[in-house]
Design a protein around this ligand. Structure first.
Ligand SMILES: Nc1nc2c(ncn2[C@@H]2O[C@H](COP(=O)(O)OP(=O)(O)OP(=O)(O)O)[C@@H](O)[C@H]2O)c(=O)[nH]1
Length: 625
């Protein structure tokens, strides 16, 4: 069978196909063999422009199945995965869920109680496999997207006082759509924090939310498990059980990884920080969970496998490496400080040459993604042989050339992330847990702004319902006050559990966040193979929310050098382009323009299992009423 090349994405399609298998663009009818299908192509080809191209995406699906159906099916199947493994929540939150959900505990557990929950955390999950370019242009565009000053020049302004706040359905849980007519009452600038908000707890270490990311099998879970073990956070009993089980299954090397999976805690203390680990398995199928986890990260450890071939695979020579993709996603979510843990150095005999080579190769990618050299720390280590983890290395093959810091030292050298304690409360919900029998509801997530304490009244968005904070838990222990930066589980009173959903937000009643389904975005297109068109269906991610969305307008291209918008809107977007587009979401989300609130203004677009663009919200467009 012959081939024909798509004029748009240049993919070589089998002769029998009427439209491009990759981007859906119709084959030029003049070159199609004279058969029955030819008439169909010509008929459809009477339509013109990008909308016709978009239609072709639907035309090739069998049995009337539309592209949208396919996207939604994918979303649904992914949600099934998500429902049992949350990359961001780790043991504490899973424990809460388990306590509420298992009959064994349901009669006795009260999350307001002071007893810490017994946990059985599941391994967090994540993955994705976009092909990402390293060109200077992409770098410039990406930096521009992450730079708030450059965002100011967009047409964007939040719709402010006139915003009507709608309840909405958000994935993965369904919420009845209803308008509460909630209105913004006060501008954030008018917020005056109460005294208790600003009075710091004495002797309390500041919390550092540390994402652990990297290519599949690079050793993330083994590293996390071993760190927790070395720092005394895993009991001998649990370790013994894991060792036994791992040996029985002939997988002795997984002892530490399993310890991480079953750890009762996923945090430890250093001299400077209470560190919460956000473990993120590297398989590409779990990137959505990784995105949710990374939105909470203050800094990250990117684990790379030093073995010959594995490091290269992680860089994506075959198009499926997660090392680069994870690095780029982390950066696009505002994480600036990164530790590169060059693991499995034992496999390469602790070779200095190999370490330097990895530094050169990966370093150039990191720079192109906007990481400053001063914010990147490189640590050669072997988790298996316990070299350079919580104390200086002892193996002479490493000590003979390496004099830098060990991993724990590198973590303590991270700069304390700025905390917006004196701003109005903002807690994006990464997980909601409810027990109908007990009438209790809990929300989990990182406090991004402000503070909360037991007894405070909060607004739960997008439903717009009021609830009262009943109890707060941090690091598996109850506390009366939590502040910006803390990762907490909060039990709520007076609210229907179905309204506390991942992607929702807890905020102050006088400072509700905006809820909208039509947004203007500034995006950087990654190394896609199919162009983005008007009508393209995408999977839209924003903080912990995700929903299907459609590109409804491509407004302008942005010149990577000048940052200026083109006068004429382009018909489609290809790899490495930066553009302003408008998207319409299937479900409304809690959102603010990036210039107003970074954490609610960063977005990622995915399609067919790949990340196709990263960007920011430049304008929240009022939903039609
Ligand atoms: N030789 C050697 N093997 C290691 C080292 N660290 C981890 N491993 C092995 O690498 C394999 C993968 O480790 P994991 O911790 O499961 O890797 P991961 O990155 O969490 O994997 P995913 O969750 O699937 O992405 C296991 O067999 C580990 O025992 C190391 O320092 N040296």
């Amino acid at each position: 069978m012959g081939l024909w090349q798509c004029p748009i994405c240049t993919y070589d399609n089998d002769d029998g196909l009427l439209s491009c298998d990759v981007c859906g663009v119709f084959r030029d009818s003049s070159s199609v063999a004279a058969n029955n299908d030819e008439r169909k192509v010509c008929d459809l080809g009477k339509d013109s422009g990008a909308s016709m191209l978009a239609k072709s995406l639907f035309a090739r699906k069998p049995h009337g199945e539309t592209e949208k159906d396919v996207v939604l099916d994918k979303l649904l199947s992914k949600r099934v995965n998500d429902s049992y493994e949350k990359g961001n929540a780790k043991g504490r939150f899973d424990a809460l869920r388990e306590m509420f959900m298992t009959p064994k505990h349901s009669s006795s557990i009260n999350i307001g109680d002071s007893a810490p929950p017994r946990a059985s955390g599941k391994k967090g999950i994540l993955k994705f496999a976009p092909k990402i370019d390293k060109t200077e242009k992409s770098a410039a565009s990406l930096s521009a997207i992450g730079d708030p000053d450059q965002c100011e020049n967009s047409s964007a302004r939040d719709n402010g006082d006139a915003s009507e706040i709608l309840s909405s359905n958000l994935h993965p849980l369904k919420l009845d759509k209803k308008s509460k007519g909630t209105r913004k009452m006060t501008s954030a600038a008018e917020y005056k924090p109460e005294k208790w908000v600003l009075s710091e707890e004495e002797g309390c270490l500041s919390q550092l939310n540390l994402a652990i990311v990297g290519h599949v099998d690079s050793g993330k879970s083994t590293l996390s498990g071993r760190l927790l073990h070395l720092l005394g956070m895993i009991s001998k009993k649990v370790m013994h059980k894991n060792e036994k089980e791992a040996k029985e299954k002939g997988k002795g090397s997984f002892t530490y990884a399993w310890a991480m999976d079953e750890s009762t805690v996923a945090y430890f203390k250093t001299e400077k920080y209470r560190v919460v680990l956000l473990d993120s398995p590297g398989h590409k199928d779990f990137v959505p969970n990784m995105i949710s986890g990374v939105t909470q990260a203050d800094a990250a450890i990117l684990v790379v496998d030093a073995s010959i071939g594995s490091f290269e695979a992680g860089l994506g020579g075959n198009g499926f490496g997660q090392t680069r993709e994870h690095a780029q996603l982390i950066r696009s979510f505002g994480v600036e400080q990164i530790i590169i843990a060059v693991n499995k150095m034992d496999v390469v005999e602790y070779s200095r040459g190999r370490f330097d080579d990895i530094k050169v190769q990966l370093g150039s990618f990191l720079r192109s993604y906007g990481f400053k050299e001063s914010n990147v720390t490189w640590v050669p280590l072997s988790v298996m042989e316990n070299q350079n983890l919580i104390s200086p290395a002892s193996d002479v093959r490493l000590t003979c050339w390496y004099e830098g810091c060990y991993l724990l030292d590198a973590i303590d050298s991270l700069q304390s992330p700025p905390r917006e304690v004196s701003k109005p409360l903002l807690l994006p919900i990464c997980d909601g847990i409810s027990s109908h029998s007990l009438g209790q509801v809990a929300a989990c997530g990182k406090l991004e702004r402000g503070a909360l304490r037991s007894g405070s009244k909060v607004l739960v968005m997008p439903s717009g319902d009021l609830a009262t904070i009943r109890a707060i838990e941090r690091d598996s222990s109850p506390c009366s006050v939590a502040r910006a930066g803390d990762n907490v589980a909060v039990s709520l009173q007076g609210i229907d559990g179905g309204h506390v959903i991942p992607g929702g937000v807890l905020c102050l009643p006088d400072f509700p966040v905006t809820v909208a389904s039509t947004l203007e975005l500034k995006i950087l297109v990654l190394a896609i193979t199919a162009p983005i068109l008007i009508g393209s269906q995408v999977e839209f991610h924003i903080h912990h929310a995700r929903t299907a969305a459609k590109v409804v307008k491509i407004l302008s291209l942005i010149d990577p050098k000048s940052g200026k918008s083109s006068k004429r809107p382009p018909r489609l977007l290809t790899a490495k382009q930066s553009a302003i587009i408008e998207v319409s979401l299937d479900e409304a989300v809690c959102v603010e323009a990036f210039s107003e609130c970074r954490v609610l203004g960063r977005v990622i677009l995915r399609a067919a299992g790949n990340t196709i663009a990263v960007g920011i919200v430049t304008r929240v467009i009022e939903p039609e009423t």
